[in-house]
Design a protein around this ligand. Sequence first.
Ligand code: GLA
Length: 409
Amino acid sequence: MHKKWLLLITVLYTLNMQAQKYKDLALTPPMGWNSWNTFQANISEKLVMQTVDSLISSGMAAAGYNYIVLDDGWMKMERDSMGNLVPDPQKFPHGMKAVADYVHSKGLKFGLYNCAGTKTCGGYPGTRGYEYQDARLYASLGVDYLKFDWCSSEGLNAKEAYTTMSKALRVAGRPIIFSLCEWGNNQPWLWASEVGELWRTTGDIYNCFDCIKDHGTWKGWGAVQIMDKQKDLRKYAGPGHWNDPDMMEVGNGMSENEGRAHFSLWCMMAAPLIAGNDLCGMTKQTIAILTNKEAIAIDQDSLGVQGYLYQQKDSVDTWIKPLKNNEIAVCFFNRSKHPVTISYNWKENVVNDTLSKTMIDFNAITYSIRDVWAKKIMGTTSKVLATVVQPQDVVMVRLSIEGIKKSKK
Ligand code: GLA
């Protein structure tokens, strides 16, 4: 009898541990790098190694970027005779395990891409009908992150198709972040929190700050257009399950102010921070944006609440993101192409966010205001904040009570 109880407790403990290892994969939004935005299918073992080295030497790894994800183009055009996916031997002459091992040897994690349909968007073999086989391959290679696309998916039910892959990954036995990429077509925010850790909410980002690129059968969206599409989705995000407004274009030719605004808005939205630029030879400005620890702390805040658009006035959007310990981040984003002077009276702007149960009345409590980009205290909420927001730029601040205590010492 005694032994039976012991056995039962051991089995329950093991099951619980197993469930746990899949639960906490993305308590904060994932951070890393993805090859697609800059390199499309022009990827290789050499690119991965150079990228890993630059991620480390630039300080990005130390700032939290830890997933190196190879997007479309890593495979040969056909599966082998056993139905296995085969890495392109020209691009990856030592195979994919060697690539994953290199990434792991530097303390980082490794991700790959495939698609729920019969072919990927680039025309490489898709996973439809091979879910369990492909999942076993990924686990054997040491994959930690799978981005799963939606091309050639005619006739498929998105929830079912992604659930099948999610189960296959579980059965394969390795904790793998599952990144759904069906472009928001089937409202994944309504069902995907049980299926994966993040889901794309829109079509592809296009490398511009504020534009729409018409590709004919589909459109690419600038950073501003993508941001505008997130407004109603915040209630679906939280620790372990995130809205994904796509990989970033910071450092891909945007001006410094545009890059800073793009990055800040992604942080306000608790977006996954997946850099999409060439990490080798980044400018100082790009590195400074991508590694701003105070901005990243806002994105990665453990409360896990996506920010919201509080007010639109004189072409300035005011975003608010409640943080842990009753702190908040506020981001003033100037959409226009001319500087705008703002005069923000905290006392007339009570924060009342029912989603996160955050209620702040600045008549009753005073916060210190820390400028996240200038990296200095701007004063307190007892006074009107008068400042200039540069064209297509932001002023992003963190309000805290701790800051007040410190400055009084
Ligand atoms: C789709 C995805 C992109 C990228 C490409 C690859 O367009 O949305 O992010 O993965 O496919 O072909």
